[in-house]
Design a protein around this ligand. Structure first.
Ligand code: ATP
Ligand code: MG
Length: 428
C-alpha cells in the first residue's frame, strides 16, 4: 500500500493514536516500537477498542483486512504527516529554540486564534513523533498550523522541517540547552539554524528579534519580519519593556500588560505580537489575547502561600534560562528574597563549569538567601553566609522542616528531574 492509499484510509478515521490507553473510536492506530515495548502487540487490542485501522510493521501481528502492514511504522507515520501537510496546503508557522518554545507557541496560538481557526502542538509534543502527530491533527478546517520543534542533536530540525514544510519560522533563542547532544554552544547554533536554512532554500519568511545578534546574523538573506526595541526601521517597534514583576510592553499604537514574569518573556510576547501583526490580527485582539493568557505547568507561575509570594519556575532549567531568571529575580523591588535552585541536567562536560558560574554569580550578591540543591551544585560549594548547599532534595526537605518562611519572595527553579515544586508543601 502506498502512502496515498494509507492517507485515504486515514481520512476516513476520526483521529490518529499511538497509545491504546488513549485510543478514540474510529481512529487509526500506529504501532510504534518504543525502547521497552513493541506496540505491534497492541494492534488487536486497538481494533477491539474501536480503531478502524491499525498500522503495524511486524507481519506476525496481522489480524484482518483492517491491518496495514508496512516496513517501518514510525517512518510511515512521518511520511503520512508530510503527505497530509501537503494535501491540506495550509500556512504553517514553526518554532524552535533553546528556551521559550512552548510559551511562545501558546502566545502565538491565542493571538492567531482571534482571527483564524488554528491548531497548534499539544503540550510539548515536539519531536520526531510529536511533530507528525501535530500535523496529522490538522484538518480541512484548520486555517493556520503552529508547530513546536524540539531538538537535542544536529540534523533533527532539518528533518522536522522536511516533514512540516513551514512557511514561517521563528527561533526563540540560541541558549545553553542540550549542550551534551549538540556538542557545545556552537553546535546549538548550527543545529537550530537548520530552520533558517530550510526557510532560505524555500523562499519562506522568518521572524527576527533584532535584540539577538545571532538571529540577525544567521537569518541574513531570508525574507523577514523584524521586531526590536526603539528601532523605527523594524516591522514592529517596541517602545518600552518593564517587568515588575509582570511584563508590560508598549508599542507605537498600543500597550500590553501581561501575566507573565521575567524579562525573557518579553521576547516571547514580542514574537507573538509580530506574528499577529503579520497576519493582520486587530491590535485590540492581540492585546486582549496576551493579557488573558495565564501560564501553567510550573512555567513562571506566580502564587501566594501564606505570607509568601512564590515565582514557581520548576518546569525546567538550563544555564541561560537560570541566569535570566536569577537576574530578573534580583531586580525585583522586594524584600526577604529567597532562591531555591536545583541542578541543571544534560550539560555533559560543561556541567561542572556551568554550575560554578551560577554559584559565583550568587556569591556576588547580598540580596537573597540561596538554597542550592543537587549533586552538581554541591560539588561547587563555597563558604558564604547566604548560600546553603544540599546534596539531595531529601536533605533539603529535612532542613525545611525547621525553617520558617515568613513574608518572603521566593524563586523556585531547577531541571525537570529535580521536581522542585515538591518544595511548595514546606512553604506556608
Ligand atoms: P522544552 O525544551 O521543554 O520544550 P521550551 O523551549 O518549550 O522548553 P518553555 O516551556 O516555554 O520552553 O519554557 C521553559 C522555561 O524556559 C521557562 O519556565 C523559563 O524559565 C525559560 N524561558 C522561557 N522563555 C525564555 C526565553 N525567551 N529566554 C530564556 N529563557 C526562557
Ligand atoms: Mg516546549
Amino acid at each position: 500500500m502506498n502512502i496515498q492509499d494509507i492517507h485515504n484510509l486515514f481520512l476516513q478515521c476520526s483521529s490518529l493514536s499511538i497509545d491504546t490507553r488513549k485510543i478514540e473510536k474510529n481512529s487509526m492506530f500506529f504501532a510504534i516500537k518504543g525502547e521497552n515495548f513493541d506496540a505491534n502487540t497492541f494492534a488487536k487490542e486497538a481494533l477491539d477498542l474501536g480503531a478502524l485501522f491499525v498500522v503495524i510493521d511486524n507481519k506476525s501481528y496481522y489480524i484482518d483486512e483492517r491491518t496495514i502492514l508496512v516496513e517501518n511504522s514510525l517512518q510511515t507515520l512521518q511520511e503520512l504527516a508530510k503527505f497530509h501537510r501537503s494535501y491540506l496546503g495550509l500556512p504553517i508557522v514553526a518554532l524552535t529554540g533553546s528556551n521559550g518554545k512552548t510559551t511562545t507557541k501558546e502566545l502565538i496560538n491565542v493571538v492567531l486564534s482571534k482571527k483564524f481557526k488554528t491548531k497548534a502542538t499539544i503540550g510539548n509534543l515536539n519531536n520526531h513523533i510529536g511533530v507528525p502527530l501535530t500535523l496529522l491533527s490538522f484538518t480541512k478546517e484548520t486555517e493556520i498550523g503552529i508547530v513546536e520543534m524540539g531538538a537535542n542533536h544536529q540534523k533533527e530540525i532539518e528533518f522536522l522541517c522536511e516533514i512540516a514544510q513551514p512557511d514561517f519560522g521563528y527561533i526563540t533563542n540560541f541558549g545553553k540547552a542540550h549542550l551534551e547532544g549538540f556538542g557545545g554552544v556552537e553546535g546549538v547554533i548550527s543545529g537550530k539554524s537548520e530552520m533558517y536554512k530550510y526557510l532560505a532554500a524555500n523562499q519562506k519568511t522568518v521572524f527576527v528579534n533584532l535584540e539577538d545578534p545571532i538571529q540577525i546574523e544567521k537569518s541574513k538573506g531570508i525574507k523577514s519580519f523584524t521586531f526590536g526595541v526603539k528601532k523605527q526601521s523594524a516591522d514592529l517597534n517596541i517602545q518600552e519593556i518593564t517587568a515588575n514583576p509582570f511584563v508590560a510592553i508598549s508599542y507605537d499604537n498600543f500597550s500590553i500588560e501581561s501575566h507573565l514574569i521575567g524579562l525573557y518573556n518579553a521576547n516571547n510576547i514580542n514574537a507573538a505580537v509580530s506574528i499577529g501583526s503579520y497576519f493582520k490580527v486587530n491590535e485590540s485582539d492581540i492585546k486582549s489575547a496576551i493579557e488573558n493568557y495565564i501560564p501553567a505547568n510550573n512555567r513562571s507561575q506566580m502564587m501566594q502561600k501564606g505570607s509568601n509570594e512564590i515565582i514557581l519556575d520548576a518546569y525546567n532549567a538550563n544555564p541561560s534560562s537560570m541566569a535570566v531568571a536569577i537576574s530578573n529575580f534580583l531586580q525585583l523591588h522586594k524584600n526577604n528574597k529567597i532562591m531555591i535552585l536545583g541542578d541543571m541536567f544534560e550539560l555533559g562536560d560543561e556541567s561542572l563549569y556551568e554550575h560554578k558560574v551560577i554559584v559565583d554569580s550568587l556569591a556576588d550578591q547580598e540580596q537573597a538567601l540561596c538554597f542550592l540543591i543537587g549533586k552538581s551544585f554541591y560539588v561547587n560549594q563555597v563558604e558564604k553566609e547566604n548560600i546553603k548547599f544540599f546534596e539531595t532534595f531529601e536533605t533539603f526537605a529535612d532542613f525545611l522542616k525547621n525553617f520558617k518562611f515568613d513574608s518572603n519572595t521566593i524563586l523556585i527553579k531547577g531541571s525537570r528531574g529535580m521536581a522542585l515544586e515538591r518544595a511548595l508543601e514546606y512553604i506556608s
